[in-house]
Design a protein around this ligand. Structure first.
Ligand code: NCD
Length: 307
């Protein structure tokens, strides 16, 4: 299977594609560690068009592109410093950037923006996060992390905690779980931040077992993966509504005491106050390892799209 664009995790409907990508990512990691120069994408250019803040996604894409031999052009504050500020439409920007680069990564506050860009771009488009929609490359690196840390994805119990309503990383990862066997999903959130219906319907349709609850501790006891998310402040209609829900779930030493010895804690980062700093030293805290995996997965992905 060859991807043209990667807009939604639903574009990946095939487990062999994921397995091949993971093999490639592991190979990329080995080569980076040994200092082997990779030149597969020499002469190719990646454009990073970022209309929303980002540290990991943009820098790891840029690092990944350079590590496979390509180069990068970047608009890191595109809402203020690109021609969008002058009123240019996303579609017009896409047409232009298509002639400057061989692949475009876009992050934008509106759901559906990456699809709009892809509909007019002449080169592959990768969604680096479209508002509260999706973040498919994060889902790939998250799955890769689970596979690497636990040795399997099949038969795992994964608890998603926090902002399931606006959290695009959760949305994309849930779309990929039907590709695996006997995965159990626990959805832990306040009623206001419940997983939107379209994702619950998709889980049902694909026979992925899931339970919703607001009880963190009982989910923690059953989990192999505790996937914690930040409350997405920037998506709330008002600051007051955000403040009401801020800090509703916190992972700390008490949570660790209830967590299986073999489980891991993940978080797409950045964290605010949902994971206490004391958790970082526990070997089950996998979030910094997870972020590192992003470079290798993105190297493998860029190679698979461009070569
Ligand atoms: C996430 C995002 O931007 O959706 N960060 C990331 O890409 N690693 C999560 C978040 O902002 O909470």
């Amino acid at each position: 299977m060859k991807l043209r664009h990667l807009i939604s995790a639903k574009d990946i409907f095939d487990r062999p594609f994921i397995e091949e990508l993971f093999k490639e990512a592991a190979e990329m990691e080995k080569r980076v560690e040994r200092g082997v120069l990779i030149k597969d994408c020499e002469g190719k250019i990646l454009a990073a068009l970022f209309y929303e803040p980002s540290t990991r996604t943009r820098l790891s894409f840029e690092s990944a592109m350079q590590r496979v031999g390509g180069s990068v052009i970047s608009a890191e504050n595109a809402a203020d410093y690109s021609s969008a500020k002058k009123g240019e439409t996303l579609e017009d920007t896409a047409r232009m950037v298509s002639s400057y680069a061989d692949v475009i990564v876009i992050r934008h506050p509106e759901p559906g923006s990456a699809a709009r860009l892809a509909s007019v771009a002449h080169v592959p488009v990768i969604n680096g996060g479209d508002g509260s929609g999706e973040h498919p490359t994060q889902a790939l690196l998250d799955l890769y992390t689970i596979q690497k840390e636990l040795g399997r994805i099949d038969t795992t119990t994964i608890a998603f905690v926090g902002d399931l309503r606006y959290g695009r990383t959760v949305h994309s990862l849930l779309h990929l779980l039907p590709l695996f066997r006997a995965v159990q999903v626990l959805l832990v959130s306040s009623p206001e931040l419940r997983l939107p219906e379209e994702y619950r319907t998709a889980l049902q349709k694909h026979n992925v077992a899931f339970e919703e609850s607001s009880d963190l501790l009982s989910a923690v006891q059953k989990s192999d993966v505790l996937f914690v998310t930040r409350i997405q402040k920037e998506r709330f209609p008002s600051e007051e509504e955000y403040k009401k829900l801020k800090g509703s779930y916190t992972i700390d030493d008490r949570t660790l005491a209830a967590l299986k010895k073999t489980a891991i804690i993940m978080h797409p980062l950045p964290r605010v106050d949902e994971i206490a700093r004391e958790v970082d030293k526990d070997p089950r805290a996998a979030y910094f390892r997870e972020a590192k995996n992003g470079v290798f997965i993105r190297m493998a992905l860029i190679r698979s799209i461009l070569t």
